[in-house]
Design a protein around this ligand. Structure first.
Ligand code: HEC
Length: 134
């Protein structure tokens, strides 16, 4: 049952993040590249829906007053170090999942999967989502 729930979550999330894109498109468009690199994040984060972790929009909302550079540093730090405890209270109100209790949920470091340049591209993509809301 647990496995089944996980695959439903993943299918749901991917539908909002993945697209048919050629290698050429990616070279021309760094923001698109960042978005593609963020596919791994979609195991837990959706853009709009709070599934297993706060949606990227919820994160943008919380940090909307941060200047661009600090916002990007916050994202890069989360990718490198992971994150624990900052969203527990928020998640207990917004996240409904049978996979675990909000107080047990945290973000493991994603450092093994990305180099510095890739982390920056992901941060740039998230910053572009933030800018679209301003
Ligand atoms: C295994 C699930 C999981 C994956 C994969 C994941 N995250 Fe997270 N993320 C979380 C959870 C849970 C939180 C809330 C943690 C907390 O309470 O501090 C979080 C929090 C965050 C935050 C907020 C940090 C803060 O300081 O408030 C950012 C930014 C973030 N994630 C970005 C990403 C990006 C970018 C990726 C992909 C490179 C990613 N996450 C992959 C689960 C995940």
């Amino acid at each position: 049952m647990k496995k089944l729930l996980i695959s439903f979550a993943v299918i749901g999330v991917f539908s909002s993040i993945s697209y048919g894109i050629t290698r050429e498109d990616l070279e021309k468009d760094p923001i698109l590249k960042g978005k593609m690199l963020a596919k791994r994040c979609a195991w837990c984060h959706d853009i709009n829906r709070d599934l297993l972790a706060p949606s990227f929009n919820a994160i943008i909302e919380r940090y909307k007053s941060l200047p661009d550079n600090q916002f990007k540093n916050m994202v890069i730090k989360a990718i490198k170090d992971g994150s624990k405890g900052k969203w527990t209270k928020w998640m207990s109100k917004h996240i409904r999942t049978k996979l675990g209790k909000p107080e047990d949920m945290y973000m493991p470091s994603q450092k093994p999967y990305y180099n510095e340049k890739e982390m920056k591209l992901i941060a740039d993509w998230l910053l572009s989502l933030k800018k679209n809301k301003e």
